[in-house]
Design a binder for this molecule. Structure first.
Ligand code: UDP
Length: 250
């Protein structure tokens, strides 16, 4: 697969990437390339929350999410988690392996927050003895409802083997990232992952890992360094994204 593009120069990149936009999501655009196994992901500064009802712009977010996600995917790849990462091409754009996204949001939590605290009527900040693992059905029309493994099987969203793999990978990602972020002075509260299938059916980690998809709290002060600053109008939204960049890249 496309190995010859690994050390890609500008001209090769221009020849590889097409203008054909395959998809535009809330935070990213995806473009086709001349290689059917690769797509170009372009991260935007657009931010949405609460099912797209709250909209805004977070200056510099696209660059932070792209570079941070790639750094973490590379770290995970080195620890044995297969990922979609192929090659970062600039601050906001990355070539990734083309996959079919499994329509399940895979959520792991170490500390109560957000919808967990709301659903179960508990305060934020309860540290769990064990991480929790849950799925949401990735379906905007239905507002991404929570569902369990038997529901996912009934809806044929994934096979039993795939569900086992998603759980194993997600919990391993949690172990690796919890330790990594602690070394950056950041508590990993919870996060959402998405996985995809390559043409041969292999399940790999896809989408992004960023302040849009994780909750990060400063270890010392508890300050929120993630998208909750946007969701909850806490101010200093851009600063929080930049701070996470500094924590990771120095
Ligand atoms: N999350 C996400 N996309 C979603 C829903 C959740 O990236 O569509 C992330 C969110 O940033 C948090 C974790 O998944 O890190 C758990 O989110 P939660 O279920 O608490 O939902 P929220 O309170 O964000 O609606």
């Amino acid at each position: 697969m496309g190995q010859e593009y690994k050390d890609i120069n500008k001209e090769e990149l221009d020849n590889l990437v097409t203008d054909e936009q395959l998809y535009e999501g809330k935070a990213k655009k995806v473009f086709a390339t001349e290689d059917p196994n690769l797509v170009l992901v372009s991260y935007k500064d657009d931010a949405t929350a609460f099912d797209g009802t709250k909209r805004g712009t977070i200056r510099g977010k696209g660059a932070v999410n792209n570079q941070m996600s790639n750094y973490l995917m590379n770290l995970l790849e080195n620890e044995g988690i297969p990922t979609h990462l192929y090659k970062e091409v600039n601050e906001t754009d990355t070539l990734v392996k083309h996959v079919d996204i499994i329509p399940l949001e895979v959520i792991v939590r170490n500390i109560s927050a957000g919808s967990f605290a709301n659903h179960y009527g508990v305060e934020e900040g309860i540290v769990f003895d064990q991480p929790t693992f849950e799925f949401s059905y990735k379906n905007d029309d239905l507002h991404d409802p929570l569902l369990n493994s038997s529901h996912a099987l009934a809806l044929k969203l994934a096979t039993p083997e795939e569900i086992k793999t998603l759980r194993e990978y997600a919990l391993k990602v949690n172990d690796i990232l919890k330790e990594f972020f602690l070394s950056c002075g950041v508590t990993l509260v919870d996060f959402k992952l998405e996985f995809g299938r390559t043409p041969d059916g292999t399940v790999i980690l896809a989408d992004e890992i960023s302040p849009d998809t994780c909750r990060f709290w400063d270890v010392e002060t508890g300050e929120k360094l993630d998208k909750d600053r946007f969701r909850r109008d806490l101010g200093n939204v851009e600063d929080a994204y930049q701070e996470m960049m500094h924590r990771i890249f120095g």
